[in-house]
Design a protein around this ligand. Structure first.
Ligand SMILES: [Zn+2]
Length: 350
């Protein structure tokens, strides 16, 4: 299986506010660097940094994200630096969020205060905007889009090492280390090439892909299926009763699993997901692939072992559908490369 990355995604390096402390974000460039260095001698690993970002990419991103939000992501760091609010090496972090207010109908208007904007366009404090965040997020989305085009033209499965990840951000809010929803951009790319094809998005990150669910909750295509930790971040979504609405009714499947879930239990849930993918008649599978389910991951929620990733690869290969994996989470940097390799081996060995 071909593995794609983009060296431009490595520039993004930011901070997060976690347990009352400002830390360097767990989602760091070393994640992708460790996967590439582990795989490059044994697999076909391609740097896509020469692919230019063009109007077509922007139009695909704008199908999923509000223009004002994208303008904010691309300009806020420079504005804060020029107003002497932060140093050039620091990250923009929000302070005041939009919270549900009984007296306000819908989403409030965009604030005029430069200081208020980061909270208007985010839902948490784990997605600092640093000097290179926009360019890396754009390169990550470009990688997802390019991979979707290649999936369509070759009908061969591939793995895109997207970072920053994407599944937590919705139309206008960054969060959970995510700025542009890469898997949504991959979907839009594929959907534009083949509007009639039914596409399934399978989210195997430890955390519920609240952003992806929000983007596609009312549509029939794609079908969104997620296996994730029950009562974990992002806390307010991912319940089994969230099944889609309107045209999307029945096309959203959440399978929350308890803390301490082991490989055997995970495979039962994965088989339920696979049945759903078959039942909706999917012709392509886009996988939001997280490795923060790993037993040694600092998240410490699930107990998935390396051999389980291999088995996941085999189960997905047996679907017999062109499959694109986009990287989401996974923070045990030292073993991330081996885990990606295990998944690929399982996929290729079946
Ligand atoms: Zn995650």
């Amino acid at each position: 299986m071909k593995v794609l990355y983009d060296t431009r995604t490595l520039a993004h390096d930011t901070h997060e506010f976690l347990i009352s402390r400002l830390n360097r974000a767990l989602e760091c460039p070393e994640r992708v660097m460790s996967i590439v260095s582990h795989l490059e001698n044994t697999h076909q690993v391609v740097d896509c940094a020469k692919i230019e970002t063009d109007e077509e990419l922007f139009s695909l991103i704008e199908l999923n994200h509000d223009k004002g939000y994208l303008e904010h992501l691309s300009t806020v760091h420079e504005k804060w630096v020029s107003e002497n609010l932060i140093a050039k090496t620091a990250s923009v972090l929000p302070e005041c969020f939009v919270a549900p207010t009984p007296s306000v109908d819908g989403y409030p208007p965009r604030p005029v205060d430069l200081f208020a904007l980061p909270g208007y366009y985010a839902f948490d404090m784990s997605s600092g905007i640093a000097a290179d965040t926009w360019n890396s997020a754009l390169a990550s989305a470009s990688l997802a889009s390019h991979a979707a085009k290649e999936l369509y033209s070759t009908q061969s499965s591939l793995f895109a090492l997207t970072r920053p990840p994407g599944h937590h951000c919705d139309g206008r809010r960054a969060g959970g280390y995510c700025y542009i929803n890469n898997i949504a951009v991959a979907f839009s790319t594929l959907h534009k090439l083949n509007p009639k094809a039914k596409i399934a998005i399978l989210d195997l990150d430890l955390h519920h892909g609240n952003g992806t669910q929000a983007l596609f909750y009312t549509v029939e295509n794609p079908c969104y299926i997620s296996l994730h930790g029950e009562n974990e971040f992002p806390y307010y979504t991912g319940f089994a009763h969230e099944t889609g609405s309107g045209q999307g009714q029945g096309h959203n499947l959440n399978i929350p699993l308890p803390k301490g879930t082991v490989g055997e239990e995970y495979m039962v849930a994965l088989n339920t997901a696979v049945e759903k993918i078959k039942n909706v008649g999917a012709e392509y599978v886009l996988v939001s692939m997280g490795f923060d389910t790993f037993e040694k991951d600092p998240m410490q929620v699930f107990l998935i072992r390396r051999e389980d990733y291999k088995q996941m690869g085999t189960v997905l290969k047996n679907l017999g559908l062109p499959t694109l994996f986009c990287l989401e989470g996974g923070y045990c940097v030292e073993e991330l490369g081996q885990n990606v390799e295990a998944l690929i081996q399982g996929f290729e060995s079946s």
